[in-house]
Each structure stands twice: as C-alpha cells, then as structure tokens.
Design a protein around this ligand. Structure first.
Ligand code: GLP
Length: 252
C-alpha cells in the first residue's frame, strides 16, 4: 500500500522480503534512467535483502552497474579495509563482489587514513566533484541516526568524524565477537551531504523500529532524531514492512 506524508512517499509491504523487492524496484527504476549516475549505499542488516535483489537483477542482465559511481555513507575509524567488520568488507561481501561495478568507481571513507579530518574533506570533495548523489539508500538506527549522524544538538553538515553513542555501539555489537571490539568512532557523510542527494530511499523493517519510524515521520524535525530532517527533502521514498509501520497505520 502507498501513502503520502508531507513530501514523502510511504510504501508498506507485507514483510522483509517484499520490502526488499520493492526497494530494488525503486532503485532499478532510477538506475535504468541514469545508468552512469551516482548511487549512495548504506550498511547494516536492513539493506542486505535489497542488495540480494540487485545482485539477482545484475546476474539476469536486467540491471547494469558498469557505468555507475557509488559512495557509501560511513565507515568505522580507524579500521583496516581487510577487517571483516569494516563497512568496505561488508559492501564487497554483500554487493560489490557480485555485480559488474568498476572497482575504481566505488567510494567508501578510508578507515585507514592517517588523518581523519583530511579524509572527511577529501570524501566530501569527491561527492561534490562526482556531480552529487542521484539516489541515496538509507537505513535508520534505533535512536534515529542516519549514516552515523547520531542524535545531538545540531545537524552536522558535511562528512565528519563522530563518536558513536553507547546505544549504537550496543546495537552494532551483534556483528562482533564482543562489544569491546566495536569501534567507538567513525567517519560519516553529514546531514547536508545526505540531504543534497536528488532522491532518497529509506528501508526499515521490524517491530523494534516502529517507535522511531513514527517519530521520524510525524514528530518534530530535530537533531535529536536525525532522520526527522528527511521530512524536508523533496523526493523521499520510505519502504516499511508491516511491523515497522505498526505505530503509524492509524495516522496515514
Ligand atoms: C549502522 C549504520 C547505519 C544503519 C544502522 C541500522 O549504524 N551506520 O547506516 O542504518 O546501522 O542498521 P540495521 O539495518 O542493522 O538496523
């Protein structure tokens, strides 16, 4: 079912699998219109099903990544690319190694850079020089973060270094052997970098995100819920499964 909230198109799908299929359809539609476009990718458990769909489309020759440029939202810092918990490793395993993307067109913040501030500046410049992101995929953190833009008292603009909040460290500990191994800092695109994307595709599943989905869509626009800024973007598609949509159904 499709709804409209402010400028945002909200699609509610039966379950995770349908959410992933719908998101892949939206992605493919943009990529077919702009095959040499710039695509922003996200990590986390949520987009894995979407990436599987994109891999299938690429294998069936219905989606071609050969001309595309990509930028990932964020990366832990410091972390070696070869570490199986780096976001580079995640993207290679879950998408890039299985599609016909050109390696030199993949951009992910460098977790091994000598100077975090220089890396942030150079990453932001690369996004600008590419002409900007045509479609940015997003997930949402339990505390409303997008990328690693954590709740705070202002909306950070450009790509920057960030201290992860304890709740994010705890949420991400499921991917590590122990919570002590979760990096405490990261590099992330800023809110301006994300909001500058021409279109945004946000995927959310599961009952545990139902509360933050309601706050993001219907609450105040505040840096305490970073994703709430999406209410101001002119071209956002939010794809939810039934569980994530649980608390907004009566408001639609
Ligand atoms: C991480 C990433 C976010 C992601 C979030 C949610 O912190 N930096 O980009 O959206 O986790 O992850 P999940 O989809 O696993 O809930």
């Amino acid at each position: 079912m499709d709804y409209k909230v402010k400028n945002m198109r909200i699609c509610i799908e039966k379950d995770y699998s349908e959410m992933s299929k719908k998101a892949a359809e939206v992605f493919a539609c943009v990529m077919k219109e702009t095959p040499s476009g710039v695509f922003g990718f996200a990590t986390g458990g949520t987009p894995v099903g979407l990436y599987k769909e994109l891999i299938d489309m690429n294998k069936n020759n219905t989606l071609d990544f050969s001309e595309a440029t990509t930028f990932n939202l964020d990366e832990y810092f410091p972390i070696k690319a070869s570490n199986n918990q780096s976001y580079r490793y995640f993207m290679e395993e879950n998408l890039f190694n299985h599609i016909n993307i050109k390696k030199e067109k993949i951009n992910i913040p460098n977790g091994e850079a000598d100077d975090i501030n220089e890396e942030c500046k150079s990453y932001e410049n690369r996004i600008t020089q590419s002409g900007g992101i045509d479609l940015q995929i997003l997930g949402i953190g339990m505390n409303g973060h997008i990328g690693f833009n954590e709740p705070t008292d202002h909306f950070p603009k450009d790509t920057h270094g960030v201290e992860l909040q304890q709740s994010t460290i705890e949420a991400n500990a499921r991917f590590f052997d122990s919570i002590d191994e979760v990096p405490k800092t990261a590099v992330t695109m800023g809110i301006k970098s994300i909001m500058s994307a021409k279109s945004i595709l946000l995927v959310v599943n599961g009952a545990k995100k139902a509360g933050i989905v309601k706050e993001m869509l219907f609450g105040n626009i505040t840096p305490q819920v970073p994703a709430s800024i999406l209410q101001l973007h002119p071209n956002v598609v939010v794809i939810l499964d039934e569980e994530a949509a649980e608390q907004i159904k009566e408001l639609l």
